[in-house]
Design a protein around this ligand. Sequence first.
Ligand code: PAN
Ligand code: ZN
Length: 195
Amino acid sequence: MAILRQPFNTHLNLGNGVLVPEGVKVVRHLSDMKDMYQDQDAVQHLLKDGDPLIYVVYNVEVPEEAGELQHCTSIVYPGRVGNEFFMTKGHFHSRAGTAEIYLTLRGRGILLMQAQDGRTATLDMFPGSVSYILPYWAHRSINVGPEPLVFFAVYPGDAGHNYGVIEEKGFAKMVLAQDDAPVVVDNPRYACRRT
Ligand code: PAN
Ligand code: ZN
């Protein structure tokens, strides 16, 4: 017999992004994504003094099925690896033709996106920004401010996450601090890795 489900609430703390119940919590430290940063000397230096926490995701538990809606909050902490701001790993969806919405609650960020043909786009993330990530576009969020970047995301139940392409090739662009302000520049390693 099918299990009878009931509609349910989750409580989202609008100040810090924490969900109650917290659901499935994903925690990413620098060591989980050290090859993704440009300045490997800075990576080694930071790892010597510990292993900084880069971001946390709280996922409401929902079946990974068509018709369902995954939803979660992400908290990307402020900081840099060399000149590169703390960021998420970034991914395509496994079912690539699925969109996503990010509602930013706190902080300042840049949402970096990349189509399968290599075209890139960025959107500013700020409290109240509702960013629409197109189907087939990879996406990464970068904290460019002094406080945690907190955003709520909703996406199709069966979208899944494909990290492999980004782990292998990276994004064509990266976000660096120049005089403390974020600038979007070409990623020199992206061209190398494509050849
Ligand atoms: C987000 C991301 C979250 C963490 O919920 O999964 O911000 O980023 P990574 O998954 O790239 O580590 C989302 O886009 N879900 O599809
Ligand atoms: Zn996604």
